[in-house]
Design a protein around this ligand. Structure first.
Ligand code: NA7
Length: 532
């Protein structure tokens, strides 16, 4: 007889830990599994040089523990990976959450018993657990993607993926290093790699929009001011599009006078990073508005790159600004002013193959390297769910159900998969917002639903097919009302060969999404079937 619990939680990142906290508070028994040897999820794995959050530390933190908000001291405006990992470890210990998880253990399958409405969950070390509910808290950027470039295995030097960086660190001193990829991971790591390496070659397929973080140590006064206004910050964050307490300018871009517009962009530039994409409300819906934001960005970037030919390569030409996640950097563009850094434009000279001694480019040049860093991203949003064999009604797998793209109701439920909840994944605004608050929002909502079920004697819940169809259409309609689908981004699965091109997140914003799911709950969980 397998071990019996009420809830299986897959993943001990921010959402998984909070899920354990909330489920335990409902009096439910929990079995959690985490493939890493410790908690933290994405912050456990992404240890590359310069790894840092692009949401301010004060906001990118749990809101459920008000004493913790007052006690924890963030050292910088944007926390580094080690500091975020220390924080999440602290929370796990503070709330005694580690005991609910088995670490170093991956869930390999979850199979529904339709009659008994229970899930049988199996792990890679042979454990079998039966649960009423399964909460997948597997993260949206947790399955690393290494492209199938010819000769990858032939490289004689060391290769690292940024998302699987060795925990003991890597000494790059005096080495010739190549970085493939200029997304967040590449752009954050490149300035630091350049400092250590003897020479750095950056292989860029598409240029990206990056904005200086304006990072700085927080003073005691700043920390005190943040703590004093925490309640207000959180309230604003809950109403905002991105889950942080910053509202877009009240006017549309071209309605604002030129001076006012410039001042607004300057202010967002000073705030730093990803917030720039929400300076004006119409920036990712109107091409004309986007062009204005883009021109301001270009002016700023060209001003710091010495060589105009290199600057030309660093200015994206293939997508509007903010349609891929804007990167938040620290000295990225300045790095190209160094004599020991070279930018290779793969659009002009693609990689032909990787050889023992380096990267062979079209045209014949061999770039000799000691180390190759793959900053090539993730099979985002669905990759980690795909790795678990999830089998629902009539033996249908989630992978089959989502063959043409993810199908959810509110990002929370899937028809044919009763009592399975995916936290902060496709169909939710999480990857466009503050992931920690999104995780809390989902878990709180599920806790409310489970209480509703238990009070009424229901054994489960399942999204109805018309509700799922409606939400898929709603997500598509909202995305099509923006410029977002114009970019070949991981939001669309465009970075993974063969993945269906479907815009996966809910683009309507964190606050609006919260209103929708609250209304569904208030209406007796409309769109869900309550099962006996
Ligand atoms: P991203 O943003 O997906 O970036 C991956 C980068 O790797 C991007 O520049 C890609 O170029 C490049 N890439 C991928 N495959 C190849 C091949 N085959 N050849 C050359 N270049 C390639 O991943 P990150 O880890 O940087 O960031 C992920 C998220 O984490 C980020 O959005 C933040 O939310 C935090 P492409 O643009 O596809 O031409």
């Amino acid at each position: 007889m397998p071990e019996q619990v009420d809830v299986v939680i897959v993943g001990a990142g921010f959402s998984g830990l909070y899920a354990a906290y909330r489920m335990r508070a409902l009096g439910l028994t929990v079995a959690g599994f985490e493939r890493g040897d410790g908690p933290g999820g994405v912050w456990y794995w992404n240890r590359y040089p310069g790894a840092r959050c692009d949401v301010e530390s004060v906001d990118y933190s749990y809101s459920f523990d008000k004493e913790l908000e007052q006690e924890w001291d963030w050292s910088e405006k944007y926390a580094t990976q080690p500091e975020i990992l220390r924080y999440v470890e602290h929370v796990a210990e503070r709330h005694d959450l580690l005991r609910h998880f088995t670490f170093g253990t991956s869930v390999v399958s979850a199979e529904l018993d339709e009659e008994r409405l229970r899930w049988t969950v199996r792990t890679d070390d042979g454990r079998v657990v039966e649960a009423r509910y399964v909460l997948t808290c597997v993260g949206c950027l947790s399955t690393a993607h290494t492209p199938q470039i010819e000769g990858v295995a032939d490289f004689a030097g060391a290769s690292y993926h940024t998302g699987q960086w060795p925990h003991e660190g890597v000494d790059l001193t005096g080495l010739r290093v190549g970085v493939i990829g200029t997304g967040s991971s590449g752009i954050q790591s490149i300035p630091l790699i350049a400092e250590d390496a003897a020479h750095l070659t950056v292989f860029q397929r598409s240029a990206n929009y990056s904005i200086p973080a304006g990072n700085k140590p927080l003073s005691d006064e700043e920390r005190a001011a943040q703590k004093a206004s925490y309640a207000e910050r959180r309230a604003l964050s809950r109403r905002s599009g991105g889950g942080s307490p910053h509202m877009a300018h009240p006017l549309n871009t071209l309605e604002a006078a030129a001076e006012e517009r410039r001042a607004a962009f300057e202010e967002r530039w000073r705030l730093g990073g990803v917030l720039y994409s929400k300076t004006f409300p119409d920036q990712v819906t109107s091409r004309a508005a986007n062009d204005v934001a883009r021109a301001f960005w270009e002016e700023k970037v060209r001003a710091v790159v010495d060589d105009p030919a290199v600057a030309d390569l660093l200015v994206p030409t293939d997508h509007p600004i903010g349609t891929k996640r804007i990167v938040t950097d620290d000295g990225y563009y300045e790095t190209y002013n160094r004599d020991d850094v070279r930018l290779v434009n793969l659009k002009a000279t693609p990689i032909e193959r990787i050889e023992a001694s380096g990267v062979r480019l079209a045209g014949g040049e061999l770039v000799e390297l000691d180390v190759l860093v793959y900053a090539t991203g993730f099979d985002a949003m669905t990759g980690s769910l795909d790795r678990i064999g999830i089998t629902g009604r009539e033996g249908r797998t989630l992978k089959e159900a989502w063959a043409a793209g993810p199908r959810t109701y509110l990002g929370l439920g899937v028809d044919g998969f009763p009592n399975l909840f995916n936290i902060a994944g496709p169909g939710s605004p999480s990857v466009l917002a503050n992931m920690i608050l999104c995780g809390e929002q989902h878990v709180d909502w599920i806790a409310g639903l489970l209480t509703h079920l238990s009070e009424r004697g229901h054994a489960g819940v399942e999204a109805r097919t018309p509700a799922v169809d409606g939400w898929v259409e709603e997500c598509r309609r909202r995305a099509d009302g923006t410029l977002m689908p114009a970019a070949n981004s991981w939001y669309l699965g465009a970075n993974i060969p063969g993945k269906p091109r479907v815009f996966m997140p809910f683009v309507g914003g964190f606050g609006a999404y919260g209103d929708i799911i609250e209304k569904v709950a208030a209406d007796g969980y409309e769109g869900f079937e309550l099962l006996s």
